[in-house]
Each structure stands twice: as structure tokens, then as C-alpha cells.
Design a protein around this ligand. Sequence first.
Ligand SMILES: Cc1ncc(COP(=O)(O)O)c(C=O)c1O
Length: 452
Amino acid sequence: METVDYIQRDINSIWHPYTQMKDLEKFPPVLIEKAIGAKLFASDGKFYYDTISSWWCNIHGHCHPGVMGAIREQTEKLDHVIFAGFTHAPAIELAEELLKIAPRNLKKVFFSDNGSTAVEVAMKMSFQYWKNIGLPEKENFLSLDSAYHGDTIGAMSVSGNSIFNNIFKPLLFGSFKAKTPYCYRCPFSKKYGECSFECLKDAENIIKLHFRKIAAVILEPMVLCAGGMIVYPKEYLKGIEELCRKYDIHLIADEVATGFARTGKMFAVNHAEVNPDFMCLSKGITSGSLSLGATLTTPKIFNAFYDDYEKMKTFYHGHTHTANPIACSSAVKSIKLFSEENTLKKIERINRKMSVFLSNVKKMISIVGDTREIGLIGAIELVKNRNTKEHFLFEERIGFKIYNMGLEKNILLRPLGNVIYFFLPACLEDDELDYIFSASYDILSAIEIRNK
Ligand SMILES: Cc1ncc(COP(=O)(O)O)c(C=O)c1O
């Protein structure tokens, strides 16, 4: 009775993100009461495996005692304080911890409070850097045409056209877009291994023509997440870094989703030994427990802002909850857990099991067009026809069907269009993975039969 009451109260008063609220008439939201490890427990007694780490942010498992303990301890000392003119130990410790694990060229941390703000900070810093050093015409950005960098106006402007931002196009500022290195649907009709990285040449052609006007290239290293979990070759990432160096353009690595070992290395840039000028962090920074953003940058960029007050080089940007002390404390503990719990080893084990599952579905299920994986991320692109790679239609809402079938089988799957994916937390045990993969296999088989 209480559950029904809460759900009705939700529907009466709340507007949920990315949700057609009319759908809730038929599919009311699931009321979650508690969570432990990879399990979400609902008020009706059911539980769900959180295979997407609750919007890609949980790392060590829900309500990890270490992270919860750090939060509890901090709540006894300091809840929040203005971060201009004042500072606090949790932020200082966190900045030091971040700089220990980040690429070594990064030496300064600017805090904010979510992923989109971490991106906006990097873009605005890059933009102002060129003004501060006397190259004011460098005020444009280059990004990939399937990128997703957040929902604020600046972040949407450098994202690819999609269902997320199409309607807002008139509000966005223009930016250069390079073709995505999407090997399964190569925009140049080439095959990875036989190609000459035409995608990189596409980016270079734009850069060659416009580098005097370009402040920065922004990209999600190794995998475009919301774009469809498109894992791309590390040579592309390295190639973009080389182009940035050659043409004097900043490289912004948006590690909001990929950071904190989601791709099997602490940061996705580590796969290609890339040293970006900016690295944007959020989501996993607190193991998903509290909202926090951070933008890391180099001394060269920092020094271009460092001057006498009246020179007007200050970076005028901030958010109320910049470096919230409770969030910083949870982040410090979350980073320490990587060594205390040997998290990277756990991720290797999970990845091995996921690889076996993915190659199995590719072999056995005819609607699986492509599978992709890196670290804790695994993706299955569904197609109506393997030979033609024909998509399921938008109106078929295949993702929504899979989501509902997942809930029936105790798993939270939240596909991106025709792409079913896993964005797993590192706490999953072998028996839990076995269950998740076998239930997912059954769902895919059922969809395959319906398609016949
Ligand atoms: C790569 C990337 N950048 C930025 C963001 C925006 O983060 P937030 O939702 O915290 O604003 C996301 C969110 O999914 C993301 O995947």
C-alpha cells in the first residue's frame, strides 16, 4: 500500500529526466529503498542488478562501507563552505590524490559539481587562455559527430546531433565536427586493419583549414558513450593528440564517463599514453555517491591566467557546490579503494567473462550486428539484418522493450536505441555476472524470435 502511495505521489509531483512522462501511466517508476553492492532493492521486495552503474557512476558498489564511512565522518565536521577565499582539507587531499593518478603533465585541479560543468570549465578555460595570451581568434571547438558531452548549452554545442539536442539547435553555437571513428559503420566504408585511418585524415583536413580559429579539440577518449558505446582504436586517440601538438590546439579529454577505471585503466587516455591539456572528471570520482566535477589542467594553461588582478586575466567561473567537502571526502576514499581492493584486477576478471559472453552472442544470435568492449563497458548493436546492417526503427522502441524485459528478469538494462550495453560496477562477483549474462542472452533470443 505504501509503495503504491509513493508512486502516485511521484507521478503527481515529479518530472523525471529523459522520460516521456506519459509512459509512466503504463510503466510506473520502480521505487528503490536501498542498494548494496550491485543490487538495487525495491519496495515490493524485488531486486535488480545495476548493470549500468546507476547512470555510469558507481564503481565500488552501492553503499560501500568505506565510502559511506568517509561521508559520515565528514558530516560531523564540515558540510559546506564557500570555495573562494576559503578552502578545506578534503578538497586539498582530493586534488593531491587526483594529481597522483592523472597524466603527469596535469598539475592543477579546478572543482565544479557535475560532468557538464567539468566540460564547460575546460571549454571556457581553453577559450580564455587564447585571449589571455593574445590569440583571440582561437575561439572555436572541434569535436566528433557522435559525441556527447553533456546537456548544458556549451556541452550540447560540441556534442553531435542527436535526440538529446536536436530541438535546441537554434540555441547552440557552431562548432567543427569530424566524422566519428565508428569502425562497424565506417563513414568511409573501410575496414579496421585495412584502412589508412581516413577518419583521422578527416579531422586533419578540418584542422589544417581552420587551426588558427580552433581553441581545442574535445573528445571522449577510447569510447563514445552516449553515442552508442562506440569503442574506437587507440591509434585514433594518439593521432588526435599529435594533430593538436602540430597545430597548437588544446586537447580536452572528456573522461566524465570513462574515468576511474571504467575502461580497465585508471583513465582512458592511458590506453594511448596521451597527455591532454584538460581532463574532465565527474560520475565515478565519488564512486557515484555524491555529485562532484573536476577539470585538471597544465601549468602552462594555469600560468596564462596568473597575473596582477588589474590585468583582467582571472577565470570568472564557479558553482555554489564547487568542491563540496562531503563529496570530496567520499572521492578521496573512493580513490584509495582502488589500491586497497585491487580494483583493476577485479575489472580484468569481469572483462574476461564479458568477452566470452559477447563473442557467444555474436556467434549465436542473428540480430547481433556488432559487439564492442573495453574494461567494464560492453556493447551489443542490434540490427534487423546482419548483411545490410539495417537498424530497428525508432518507432519500434526496441530499447524500451528490452528495458522492460530486463526488469522482469531482475536486471536494470537501459539500452541506447539499438545498442544494449553493460557499464558494470567493479564489485560484481562471478555468480552475479553469470546470472546477468544468461538473463541478457535470454532477452536477446526472445527479441530475435519476435523479429523472425
Ligand atoms: C562523456 C560525458 N561527458 C559529460 C557528461 C555530462 O555529465 P552530467 O550528466 O554529470 O552533467 C556525460 C554524461 O553522461 C558524459 O557521458
